[in-house]
Design a protein around this ligand. Sequence first.
Ligand SMILES: [Zn+2]
Length: 285
Amino acid sequence: MDFDDRAQLDASQVEDVGRGGGFRGGGLAVGGGAAGIIALIVALIFGVNPGNITGGDDPAGLQPTSDLSAQCKTGADADQSEKCRVVGVVNSIQKYWSEQIQGYSGAKTTLFSGGVQTGCGAADSSVGPFYCPTDKHVYLDLSFFDELQSRFGAKGGPFAQAYVIAHEYGHHAQDLLGTMNRVGQDQGAESGSVRLELQADCYAGVWAKNAVDTGFYAEPFTDADIQEALDAAAAVGDDHIQEQAQGSVNPDAFTHGTSAQRQKWFTNGYSSGDPARCDTFSGGI
Ligand SMILES: [Zn+2]
């Protein structure tokens, strides 16, 4: 993944609140309860402990937000630093979707460490990356990318990270398109949750196909890049996670789809480059 050195980054699309940051308005928790549950069902890239987004207080202290605009100015910066790379990826993804969705409104990505206060309640890092439809932010602790390798056995890499971010922005697209509201909060192999998640994987693939046209990349993604995404998709499949955690697979508890399904739908998006080919709601998945 090679950014165009001359590409101008818009660092305002990403905020870095540091450790325990993000306490807007005095640290009062907003949401929780139903909103927190909604966020969990629709937002996460893998099944987690529902206790990790709550309406309660976050114990961590307040830290000032670091200003990414000073360090992340061009594509060359995105090639050099992880946080600037996130900025470049987010910029490209939002450029793509802003051209696809009429009246597109942006979603900020909030980088945090440890815990964060969100419109969906307080969250800690064990939740994994998620999209909160209430405040329309993507939340990401960069340490998740280490966990993706150490805990879930993925190979990692810059494009694996881009896939994770693009999946979360796929949820933002679903939110804007009204898809989220049409889906129940059930789980299971054929459930609305799984169909929503697989569509987000497909949307990630669609972005990947069109990313060069957004002007942020010097050249199309390579087969090795795409392999990083497919490898990450397999690592966070419900069957793989369940097998790892409990030694068996229970399709009735699926929320995101199997490793094979996640790879298949990312590939559907990538090979077509067309969001219309991401209909996970009618027919087999
Ligand atoms: Zn998701």
